[in-house]
Design a protein around this ligand. Sequence first.
Ligand code: TZP
Ligand code: MG
Length: 213
Amino acid sequence: MTPLRDALRLYLVTDPVMCAPVGLVETVRAAVAGGVTMVQLRDKTATTAQRIAGGRALKQLLAGTGVPLVINDDIEAALASDAEGAHIGQDDISVAEARQRLGPDKILGLSCETVGAVRSVDPGMVDYLGLGPVFGTATKTDHKHPIGFDGLARLAALSPLPCVAIGGLKQNHVTDVLFSGANGLAVVSAICGQADPCAAARAFDFTQKDQHR
Ligand code: TZP
Ligand code: MG
């Protein structure tokens, strides 16, 4: 499995409605071929049984790629589909309960929008943070104010864990995100909504930033 810090580089968060024209599994297959390094199954309206079925299909697809699969907000589905972990938000089940149910070895990701949320993270319980939204986005409208790259830099500097930026991020934001101190970009519509998800993923160019390391 790719080390988590590296896996966070280009993190595809799937939206089943946006993926529908191409298909969820085909979107993920193409996106991974284009360079996606981590995948989250995020389906707010599905049942646990549907998430398990989706998770199993994606696990099969990702076998041997080193790309970890995480299930949003459903520990039971994460376990039953043998995903690498789960991702939760501030209003979902508690970190302690998620960690207890996942066991010590699975990946647990946590969304943080504020300085207070990052400060209260227990790095012994959580593996990575999702920071944002960097920009406002039609994909998720129930969030607080966008934090911008300044806010991202503030949260990333405080983060005791690897972190990934999310919210309105597109192919032209790679350099700003990495220079803000996040380990990578998590995206939905920049890849899921696209007719050619492979080309959309490939258009995230990390070579420029790599030259500065
Ligand atoms: N959490 C914060 S913003 C967001 C999530 C799941 C949606 C990001 O979607 P997009 O299409 O990449 O802006
Ligand atoms: Mg959630």
